[in-house]
Design a protein around this ligand. Structure first.
Ligand SMILES: C[S@@+](CC[C@H](N)C(=O)[O-])C[C@H]1O[C@@H](n2cnc3c(N)ncnc32)[C@H](O)[C@@H]1O
Length: 426
């Protein structure tokens, strides 16, 4: 056990500012804020590896050690420890040996919505927004020459630091071998992601689908594209589409992603009914099902066949504006939704409402909270204010029985709450 970790167990009460001074001392001495218990173990047992089975960081230990009976002064000190760790590069979503992020530890210990929880969520939002900026190809940090120079220098530093001190020429090849191994691993992961219909749209659109009683799944792998349990969420989505109608005699709505047609069926049954009900759908099997079920012939329905990225821009020049837009696609990523926002501002009537299936980060509550805030920030950049209503999703037992009945490969919902979003121009 390192002294840094020892400190983070918060054993000595009261928790005073001495804790912060000690922490700053360790960090200044060069101990990383992400130093893990697993690294300590490997160090103490002479194990040399970069591959850690888990990453139990000082932040995990603090979250495991905070107590409900801390005084407000103690609470403030703990918050300053958390802040100090974040300032020094602590990760908000690293995973310990119980598959928990620091936020998950707080949740298990009954600290949801505490100041500690909020500090972690805020750090998560900052990290996600910063990461996006760093990945933005338009952000220029260095000229190519500077970058090459930097990379050369970094490689030299890395090499000289990792080079074994007493070895012969052959062992000097190890770093290269390791690099090759790493590259092969990365390539294998890239291929796996590309072949995964739930991750890559082009793969998904070429994947055979199967309609079951209560689900739409990929035929071969059993990925759940849509499930009946979501009807309660679709009902909220349908109501949002009609929540800010301009003229009840001229209601125009758009649903992106037909799936099982749950929300579209609700839209058709809604009173007042839509004058025009646009549906955007890209998958050939779903379009075939829509054809079979008569959707193409419905008087007030316009089916936009193809990816919304290709069909929606055409509407911009046609003077079509919507009272409500709902977005629920499959295999797309957050960046796709950001692309949609560019079109949305041109398609939504000034008083119109935008809503979407909010599954962003929904496999952990802390990630779900982080993404709730990230999407709110992104929509605000487009002049849209977002309100979230909490809905209790069906019980885990009901969901689990649906996953089982339909042989669904992986549960895609694990949160005790659903944040139903409604965004309108501010
Ligand atoms: C989760 S389902 C939608 C379920 C729907 N909300 C319901 O109530 O049944 C997602 C749908 O989006 C479609 N989709 C995926 N990517 C698309 C894209 N780029 N453009 C249009 N539709 C897309 C899928 O084929 C699928 O039918």
């Amino acid at each position: 056990m390192s002294e840094l970790h020892e400190l983070c167990y918060l054993k000595t009460r009261p928790i005073t500012k001495d804790y912060l001074s000690k922490l700053q001392e360790y960090l200044k001495a060069g101990i990383p804020a992400t130093y893990t218990l697993e690294e300590v173990y490997n160090y103490e047992h002479n194990i040399e590896t970069d591959d850690l089975p888990s990453t139990t960081t000082p932040l995990h230990l603090i979250c495991e050690s905070v107590s409900h009976d801390f005084t407000s002064e103690e609470e403030e000190v703990v918050l300053s420890l958390i802040e100090e760790l974040f300032l020094n590069g602590a990760g908000w979503c690293l995973i310990n040996d119980k598959d928990e992020t620091p936020g998950c530890v707080l949740l298990r210990r009954g600290f949801r919505d505490s100041k500690y929880w909020n500090a972690i969520v805020e750090a998560g939002v900052r990290a996600e927004l910063l990461l996006r900026k760093l990945q933005d190809p338009n952000v220029e940090f260095l000229s190519d020459d500077e970058a090459d120079q930097l990379q050369e220098n970094t490689e030299q530093i890395e090499f000289s630091e990792t080079k074994p001190q007493t070895e012969n020429a052959k062992t000097e090849e190890i770093p290269e071998l390791v690099d090759e191994e790493k590259e092969a691993k990365i390539e294998a992961i890239k291929k796996e992601l590309h072949d995964d219909p739930s991750n890559t749209t082009s793969t998904y659109l070429n994947t055979k689908l199967e309609y079951k009683d209560g689900a739409l799944v990929t035929e071969e792998r059993g990925d759940g594209v849509m499930m009946q349990w979501e009807d309660i969420l679709m009902e909220a989505g349908c109501n949002s589409l009609f929540s800010s109608i301009e003229d009840p005699k001229e209601i125009v709505v758009l649903n992106i992603g037909f799936g099982m047609g749950i929300i579209d069926t609700m839209i058709q049954k809604h009173t007042p009914s839509p004058t025009k009900h646009y549906i955007s759908e890209a998958h050939p099997d779903v379009l075939a099902k829509m054809e079979k079920d008569g959707w193409m012939k419905k008087e007030n329905v316009v089916v936009l066949k193809g990816r919304w990225q290709d069909t929606l821009p055409e509407l911009l020049g046609q003077g079509v504006f919507f009272d409500g837009v709902y977005f629920d696609t499959y295999s797309e990523h957050y960046e796709d939704m950001l692309e949609l926002f560019d079109l949305l501002v041109g398609l939504l009537k000034p008083q119109g409402t935008f809503s979407f299936f909010n599954g962003l980060g929904a496999d952990r509550l802390v990630c779900y909270d982080v993404y709730k805030s990230v999407v709110e920030t992104d929509l605000a950049n487009y002049g849209l204010g977002t309100k979230f209503r909490e809905i209790e999703p069906p019980s885990t037992t009901k969901m689990e029985s649906e996953w089982k009945e339909n042989n669904i490969r992986r549960a895609y919902w694990k949160c005790p709450v659903y944040y139903h979003p409604e965004a309108r121009f501010m």
